[in-house]
Design a protein around this ligand. Structure first.
Ligand SMILES: C[S@@+](CC[C@H](N)C(=O)[O-])C[C@H]1O[C@@H](n2cnc3c(N)ncnc32)[C@H](O)[C@@H]1O
Length: 209
């Protein structure tokens, strides 16, 4: 088990208390709307954490289609499984894996030949993944042409004490140029950076056809 995994396994016990649904509700709802999900569609959520997004995905999918959640921490996934069981959702598959492993051959192995997603959501993950550029590069080919790639995360250009606190709590670097990197790789790029006093953004675009 690597350090991140054991850290997040411990964090999973209190994650929904320290990072409750209401805290990110506005950007989360905005991000999930930007996925433009319709019934029967497929969405990849990486990292899925304790599954806080699932109930919002279901507002668009109504139990149809497929939600694929990937996370490094079995503790986080256990919490997500609890939400799945208590809601009786049967359109969600969870996988324990490192974000850097999720690429075309991963999808072929776990989900089948030629499977493509309609949408991908990376929320509060890329700021914590050491190889975040590789993760974005590996994920974009997993979308069907025109599929949506959405990032919800922190961006503080000049980090100060607050950024140190956020890093201490969640393990993320808040000054990574995540959306700038995405902007160069998608069509119809859009950015909304007004959440949490301008420190949390939602950025999205479409995979080029
Ligand atoms: C701040 S939480 C965000 C979870 C969820 N997206 C949310 O918004 O509630 C960060 C998550 O990233 C996961 N994680 C950290 N490093 C990872 C990696 N290398 N690969 C996959 N997941 C990872 C952690 O286990 C944790 O669940």
């Amino acid at each position: 088990m690597n350090m991140a995994e054991s850290y997040y396994d411990k964090f999973s016990r209190v994650y929904d208390l320290l990072s409750p649904d209401w805290y990110y509700r506005k950007p989360r709802k905005f991000a999930i709307q930007a996925l433009a999900l319709g019934e029967g569609q497929t969405v990849l959520n990486l990292p899925c954490g304790t599954g806080q997004n699932f109930r919002y995905f279901q507002q668009y999918l109504n139990g149809s289609g497929k939600i694929v959640g990937v996370d490094l921490s079995s503790g986080m996934l256990q919490k997500a499984r609890g939400k799945i069981a208590s809601n009786g959702w049967d359109n969600i598959s969870l996988f324990k894996d490192d974000a850097t492993k999720v690429d075309e051959s991963w999808v072929q192995h776990h989900l089948g030949e030629g499977v493509k997603f309609d949408a991908i959501l990376c929320d509060l993950g890329l700021s914590g993944f050491p190889e975040w550029r590789n993760v974005i590069d590996n994920l974009l080919p997993l979308l069907r042409p025109g599929g949506r790639f959405v990032i919800m995360d922190w961006y503080i250009e000049q980090p100060g004490l607050r950024a140190e606190f956020i890093k201490w709590i969640g393990g993320g670097e808040v000054d990574r140029q995540l959306y700038q990197y995405l902007a160069e790789r998608v069509d119809s790029f859009q950015l909304e950076d007004s959440f949490k006093g301008g420190d949390v953004f939602v950025a999205f675009g479409k995979k080029p056809k």
